[in-house]
Write a new protein. Structure first.
Length: 354
C-alpha cells in the first residue's frame, strides 16, 4: 500500500497550490517544513509577481503561517527562505505565529571575484550606478512553535500564547510526575526539600518539575530522591517508570536539532550556489544546504514538507537522508522535473540529465 498524507502520496511533488493542498493535510502531521516561497518581484515569472503591493504579499505569508502552524507537529521546525529586501517583514510576519530562532544569512560567493567570472551577474552590474550595496545574500528564517521547549520567561501573555497556538509539549510527562505526587499525598514543598532546594512554594522542584510554567525533566538524582520520598511511608510503588524511559520520551518530544563538531555552522552559511544547467529552476537551492537543514531538524523517517518544491531538491535531500517527503508546486513543468529527479535519487543516481 502506498504511504499517503491526507489525500496525497508521499515521496513526490504534487501539482497544486500549496494553500489549497495544505488545507487537506491532517493537523500535526508534518515534522519539518523547509521551503523557498516566491520573494516578491525578484523574478520576472508570474508566480513572483502575483501581488500588487508588498502588504498583499506579507498578508499571503501570514496565510501560509496559519497552515504551517496547523500541520506542523508540536516539536517541529520551520525553515523559510526570504529575499534580503523582504526578509525583515517576512520574519516579523512569521514571528506573529512562530517563535523565530534565527535569521540565517546565506552568504553567497561574490559574483565579481576572479573565481566567479562565469556567474550570472558578473560584468553585468555597474557598481557606480547601482547606488546601493550589491545584494549577495539571502535569508533563512528558522522558527519553532511558541513554547516548543516551554522556555517561558514570564513575559505577559507568553504562557497563554503557547497554550493557544500549540499546547504544552511535555504535558504527558509533567502530568505523570504530578499525578504520582498527588497519589502519594506529598506536598510540593517536601519535594523541594528532598531535592535539596528551598522548602518554599517557589522552590525549584515545585516550579519546574510539576507545574506548567518553565517545566523541565528532573535529573536522574532528583528523580531517585522523589521516588524515595513518595514511597517513604508504605512502600507503595510510586514513580514506577524508570528514569531512562522518561528521558527517552523527553528527547522524543523535544524539537530535533542535531549538529556536531563535523557540522560547525553558525547563523552565517557559505554554501555555493547552483550553477546553470539545462532545466535548472531559477530559484534552485544547493542540495548540500537543504540536506543540512533536513538532518539538523528532523529524525530519520520523519515527514518533511516543501510547499514550494520547485525542481525537487528538498525531496532529493530526504531520499538521501532517509526522511519521508511531500511537496507541492504550481508549475507543471517543474513538478515533472522534480519527480524525475526524486525518482533518480531513489534509484541511487547522483545526477539526472534533463
Amino acid at each position: 500500500m502506498t504511504d499517503t498524507l491526507g489525500p496525497f502520496e508521499l515521496g513526490k511533488v504534487h501539482h497544486a497550490d500549496c494553500l489549497d493542498a495544505m488545507a487537506q493535510l491532517p493537523e500535526n502531521s508534518v515534522d519539518t517544513v523547509i521551503t523557498d516561497p516566491p520573494y516578491f518581484k525578484v523574478k520576472r515569472a508570474k508566480w513572483d509577481r502575483q501581488w500588487d503591493t508588498a502588504d498583499q504579499y506579507i498578508e499571503w505569508v501570514g496565510r501560509l503561517c496559519g497552515q504551517w502552524r496547523r500541520i506542523l507537529k508540536s516539536n517541529g521546525s520551520l525553515y523559510c527562505f526570504a529575499s534580503p529586501k523582504m526578509a525583515a517583514r517576512v520574519e516579523v510576519e512569521i514571528g506573529r505565529t512562530f517563535n523565530v530562532l534565527n535569521s540565517i544569512v546565506w552568504a553567497k560567493p561574490c559574483p565579481f571575484s576572479e573565481i566567479n567570472q562565469g556567474a550570472s551577474n558578473s560584468g553585468r552590474v555597474s557598481k557606480t550606478t547601482l547606488r546601493q550595496f550589491y545584494p549577495n545574500s539571502e535569508r533563512v528564517i528558522f522558527a519553532e512553535h511558541y513554547g516548543a521547549d516551554n522556555m517561558a520567561k514570564g513575559e505577559a501573555g507568553y504562557v497563554a500564547k503557547c497554550d493557544e497556538l500549540r499546547g504544552f509539549v511535555f504535558e504527558p510527562l509533567r502530568a505523570y510526575l504530578d499525578g504520582e505526587r498527588k497519589r502519594a499525598g506529598i506536598d510540593k514543598v517536601d519535594c523541594n526539600a528532598a531535592c535539596g532546594f528551598s522548602r518554599t512554594a517557589g522552590g525549584t522542584a515545585s516550579r519546574h518539575y510539576f507545574s506548567r510554567s518553565q517545566w523541565y525533566l528532573p535529573t536522574a538524582e532528583h528523580y531517585d530522591s522523589l521516588r524515595q520520598l513518595f514511597n517513604r511511608d508504605n512502600g507503595t510503588d510510586y514513580l514506577r517508570r524508570e528514569y531512562e524511559d522518561l528521558r527517552r520520551e523527553y528527547e522524543d518530544l523535544r524539537r530535533p536539532f542535531f549538529l556536531s563538531a563535523d557540522v560547525p555552522y553558525t547563523d552565517v552559511w557559505t554554501f555555493r550556489t547552483v550553477q546553470s544547467y539545462p532545466g535548472k529552476h531559477p530559484c534552485e537551492k544547493p542540495l548540500d544546504m537543504i540536506e543540512h537543514m533536513v538532518t539538523a531538524s528532523s529524525r530519520p523517517g520523519g515527514v518533511v514538507l516543501d510547499p514550494f518544491a520547485g525542481s525537487g531538491t528538498t525531496g532529493m535531500a530526504c531520499v538521501k537522508t532517509g526522511r519521508q517527503f511531500i511537496g507541492f508546486d504550481t508549475e507543471a513543468e517543474y513538478v515533472e522535473i522534480a519527480n524525475r529527479r526524486i525518482g533518480a535519487a531513489s534509484n541511487g543516481q547522483k545526477e539526472l540529465a534533463l
